[in-house]
Write a protein that binds this ligand. Structure first.
Ligand code: EPZ
Length: 429
């Protein structure tokens, strides 16, 4: 089991190129099942979830016998006939497998797969996915923990999302771009990752209007062709390192990141006392912090362009060092508060209050051993450790590798004292 050992107290300085976006790459990889000919994804992040999706795609008959792989140019994907039964175990291991339903309906005409897995940050049902696919004319049954869906070529349809779900919209987009007729979706999520998926599909020949708004119209097309595409920078990875700088003090320059995608995060970081300078023309963000951190009174997460839930744990870590108290309410995932319990082990003054968490900044945080409960919790604990003099061990770091190519490499590049460790599995005797 891998761990990280951090000796905090150092300012972060330097320049970093941000990796490609996990949550853009995963639906785009599923979308390649619909394309004829080869696709090359440049800057696709080399992370565990991408390899999980790659294994599934290879398994459903894509990649003419497994030729989907990272090459010098990027992630190469080429498909022939697609089967609708993805690997059961792989699907259970992460949430993004849910978006294969739409892609498999559009290619194989059916799917049979388990409920998706993913970080335990809330109930995370998939009712909108199922309702939406049924609204487009697909038959979807839930049987013995399996999801079984089938449809001839879809013939158009309408669906209004009860809540702007990212994954459910991705599913309906993938199900309809090669269907017959026209499709209208309302109350859509406006996340940058949706914009990237639609940008990718439109470059491959899809007819989509309204991306980035709450109303999306699609006209089905007969054919989509493989393309070369560069995966945009990961806004949550960039936000994580910005929060780290807010904790340690210093000045860092982040490249390959569109600052407009981080407006909500930048606004809050400025309130904590950070100075943030953006250069939209060069996809670059500079953040300066003198290490004095002011608490913002409250942070409430919301769908884009609101404050992103995926940055909530990292801001909880920053609040633990800030003067004053901050109330954090996650309105997207009702139980995404496991970071609080871990921060308490490091001396943080954190208490839960109904459906929210109140953090009062303290100078008394100390080193210790904590556990990554999920992907963003793990990242939050790493950046908290950067602000603590002494040694902190973060266990179960496999979660972090699901979304960060190499958080140790990146933070070391910025001057942190951080090392990977392999914890010997106890033999039990
Ligand atoms: C995507 O998850 C991201 N994951 C999440 O990032 C991100 O936090 C989330 O969107 C919100 O932005 C990927 O893209 C792989 P949702 P997703 O459907 O699609 C409820 C990370 O750390 N809901 O937008 O699963 C749901 O319970 C991960 O990178 C239903 O009730 O999120 C939640 O409360 C974590 N029924 C809300 O909607 C449904 O059918 C938003 O979920 C679907 C969702």
């Amino acid at each position: 089991m891998c761990e990280l050992e951090v000796r905090g107290g150092r300012r972060l300085e330097g320049t970093l190129v941000i990796q490609g976006s996990k949550n853009s790459a995963l639906p785009i990889m599923a979308a390649t099942l619909l394309l004829d000919g080869e696709t090359v994804l440049k800057d696709c992040p080399d992370i565990l979830d991408v390899h999980e999706m790659l294994a599934i795609i290879n398994g459903v008959g894509g990649c003419d016998g497994g030729s989907c792989r990272f090459t010098g140019e990027g992630l190469r994907l080429l498909h022939n006939k697609v089967d609708g039964v993805p690997d059961y175990e792989s699907c259970m291991r992460f949430r993004a497998s849910s978006i294969l339903m739409g892609a498999l309906l559009a290619t194989a005409g059916f799917f049979a797969m388990p409920y998706p897995g993913g970080c335990r940050i809330g109930r995370r049902p998939i009712d909108y996915h199922i309702e939406g696919l049924r609204a487009l004319g697909a038959e979807v049954e839930e049987k013995d923990g399996m999801l079984i869906g089938y449809a001839g070529r879809l013939k158009g349809g309408y669906y209004r999302f009860p809540y702007p779900s990212v994954g459910a919209l991705e599913n309906l987009i993938l199900a309809s771009v090669k269907g017959k007729g026209e499709y209208l979706f309302e109350n859509c999520s406006k996340e940058p990752e949706i914009v990237d998926l639609c940008d990718f599909l439109m470059r491959a020949g899809a007819d989509i209007e309204g991306t980035g708004t709450d109303t999306i119209r699609i006209k089905g097309v007969e054919k989509l062709n493989g393309i070369q595409y560069r995966v945009p920078g990961d806004r949550i990875v960039a936000g994580t390192y910005m929060a780290a700088c807010g904790i340690t003090g210093g000045n860092i320059r982040l490249r390959n990141i569109e600052s407009a995608r981080l407006e909500g995060v930048i606004e809050v970081l400025k309130k904590t006392g950070c100075h943030v300078f953006t250069d939209a023309g060069n996809d670059e963000i500079i953040i300066l912090s003198d290490g004095r951190r002011k608490a913002v009174s409250s942070i409430e997460t919301a769908p884009y362009p609101g404050f992103p839930t995926d940055m909530q744990p990292q801001m909880m870590a920053l609040a633990a060092f800030s003067t004053g108290s901050c109330r954090i309410v996650d309105k997207v995932f009702e139980s995404r508060y496991r970071t609080a319990e871990e921060l308490k082990k490091l001396g943080a003054d954190v208490r839960t209050d109904g459906g929210s968490v109140i953090i009062t900044g303290s100078e008394r945080l100390h080193g210790g051993a904590v556990r990554a409960a999920d992907l963003r919790c793990g990242a939050a604990l790493v950046i908290a450790a950067l602000g603590i003099y002494g040694k902190t061990i973060i266990e179960d770091c496999g979660y972090i590798m699901r979304g960060y190519e190499d958080i140790q490499r990146d933070l070391e590049e910025l001057g942190a004292d951080i090392l990977w460790r392999i914890k010997e599995e106890s033999t039990g005797n």
